[in-house]
Design a protein around this ligand. Structure first.
Ligand code: RB5
Length: 143
């Protein structure tokens, strides 16, 4: 089954976003939807966060990737939306646990703080790890 992935960034995450798109486009089972920004020109990350969360609202089972300079701004902005469980991850274990324990639907990355190699590894793990349910379900229900 084809996985639908939405991705957006501000200028601080633009370069990493472009590399991630090229990487994901090599996978036939993934459809990547690029929601901008599409240059180094300075923009405001909440606007590009909003583009993505709006699409995820319409497409329930989709996955999102947000990138800004550190990932922090995108993380703060994204988690203000009720349907978003955004995980700012800096290593593979965080990416794995964000799926297993938090059922994260958005992977958030820092374009100026995370290497492409690490981002690629985290993305592969994020896309291939299932939520564990059980005790974690009741915790998510309390949020
Ligand atoms: C933009 O310079 C930078 O502040 C932004 O990309 C992000 O890191 C904010 O959290």
């Amino acid at each position: 089954m084809t996985k639908n992935i939405y991705i957006s960034s501000d200028h601080g995450g633009y370069e990493l976003k472009e590399k991630i798109i090229t990487f994901l486009n090599n996978n036939n089972n993934i459809k990547v939807n690029n929601l901008g920004t599409n240059s180094h020109e300075s923009v405001d990350y909440p606007d590009f966060c909003k583009n993505l969360v709006t699409e995820l609202k319409k497409n329930d089972n989709s996955i999102g990737v947000l990138v800004c300079g550190t990932g922090i701004g995108m993380s703060i902005a994204a988690n203000r939306y009720n349907h978003i469980r955004g995980a700012l991850c800096t290593n593979e274990n965080m990416a794995r646990l964000s799926r297993k324990h938090n059922n994260a639907n958005v992977l958030i990355l820092g374009g100026r703080t995370t290497s492409f190699k690490c981002a690629k590894n985290m993305l592969e793990i994020f896309l291939n790890t299932e939520f564990e349910f059980g005790r974690h379900t009741q915790r998510l229900e309390k949020i």
